[in-house]
Design a binder for this molecule. Structure first.
Ligand code: 5IU
Length: 378
């Protein structure tokens, strides 16, 4: 009797070693997702839905996470079931420990779900899913104006910034600024930009890339020479300092109905923002949906878990032809970033501001960006 009890204890201990290590669970889930989706799309190492089923039945993955992962799997099937040799295989039996603990449905070892690539949702629908007012307004604006173009106003003077806002205004959803790179930025300039935003129906995004502790960003965002929160609908931040940076910015911007974009990935060569980092950024966004309205992203479809569709993906490093500059910038086409990588808004700087006619160039990028968005909906 005692020996039997000891045996059962040992068996339980062995199972616990395998399943109960928090780090193991996270690493295994992440490793399987990245290997299957990213590096070896044709040869998934293990059936993810099966892995998920085991972890869920053990109580090691909660229902919400399981649902989010299932959703991601079905939206990102890289496995072509119609390819020769990829015919469905008979369902594999669940291990006895799973069937004993799980209800009849799990014991019956469900067949591999037929891959059903998920369609991207139109901006109108995503507006209704957005919880941050600024994010909701952005989706509505893009749907209404039929543009997913942001222009990066990297021009050398404030007068040139305002002239660009007027020229590109009819074609853009977002006007991105770097006020600390201007020769002047007064409250009057801010008021002029606000008036142009109303005239042409676009939102302003000060690309400030906050990266300090919560207490410091409060003053950098709300006061100082630029008073960014007073005139910029959107701004962005790195998550490197931890979630206190979101709390600090939120304490200034939330009541003003501003929105925060978290930098998940950068466009420059050698950026340290890998998929594991993006996953942490995505989790921080989900925990702050009242103020975080989306991300600066490059390839969100490779992230381990798809973020809520109410969050927007804005993407710099875009030109009509792929390439780069001498300082590490990397360019992809609108079609590549929107259709293939899962981004929503294309951010274009030199492709527009260095053109002989920036207004005409903005129109051309607007058409390319919108065509890519429509293609992604199919
Ligand atoms: N920008 C990037 N890459 C990034 C982030 C911001 O290029 O990862 I975050 C900014 C810098 C510049 C604009 O203001 O986007 C891109 O300009 P060009 O299209 O001229 O490269």
């Amino acid at each position: 009797m005692k020996a039997e009890r000891e045996g059962r204890k040992k068996e339980r201990k062995r199972e616990m070693c395998f399943f109960d290590d928090e780090k193991f669970k996270k690493n295994l889930t992440f490793l399987s997702l990245s290997l299957s989706f990213h590096h070896r799309p044709q040869l998934p190492l293990f059936q993810l839905s099966y892995l998920l089923e085991v972890l869920t039945s053990k109580g090691l993955v909660d229902a919400a996470t399981a649902e989010a992962v299932e959703e991601f799997i079905s939206a990102n099937q890289a496995f072509d079931p119609t390819a020769p040799g990829n015919e469905p295989k008979p369902p594999r039996a669940a291990p006895s420990s799973v069937s004993a603990a799980a209800p009849a449905a799990a014991a019956a070892a469900p067949a591999a779900p037929a891959p059903k690539p998920k369609k991207r949702l139109p901006f109108e629908e995503r507006a209704s899913l957005a919880q941050c007012p600024a994010g909701k307004a952005l989706f509505e604006l893009m749907a209404r104006k039929r543009t997913n173009l942001a222009v990066a106003a990297d021009v050398p003077s404030t007068d040139a910034v305002l002239a660009l806002a007027d020229a590109a205004g009819p074609h853009i959803a977002v006007f991105k600024t770097h006020v600390d790179a201007q020769d002047r930025w007064t409250e009057e300039d801010a008021a002029k930009l606000t008036a142009l935003a109303q005239k042409h129906d676009f939102m302003v995004f000060e690309d400030r890339k906050f990266a300090d502790i919560g207490n410091t960003v409060v003053s950098q965002y709300g006061s100082g020479p630029f008073k960014i929160a007073d005139w910029s609908h959107l701004t962005n931040a790195h998550l490197l300092p931890g979630p206190g940076i979101i709390d600090g910015l939120k304490s200034v911007g939330k009541d003003k109905q501003r929105g925060l974009l978290l930098l998940a990935e950068m466009s420059s060569a050698g950026a340290l923002t890998d998929e594991a980092y993006a996953a942490k950024v995505a989790a921080a966004a989900e925990a702050n949906l009242d103020f975080v309205c989306g991300f600066i992203s490059q390839r969100p479809l490779t992230w381990p878990v798809a973020p809520s569709p109410g969050l927007v993906h804005m993407t710099p490093g875009v030109q009509l032809a792929p390439g780069g500059d001498a300082l590490g910038q990397q360019y992809n086409t609108p079609e590549k970033v929107v259709v293939q990588e899962g981004c929503d808004v294309i951010i274009v700087g030199r492709g527009i501001v260095k053109a002989a006619d920036p207004g005409a160039a903005a129109k051309e990028y607007r058409q390319a960006g919108w065509a890519a968005y429509e293609q992604a909906l199919k």
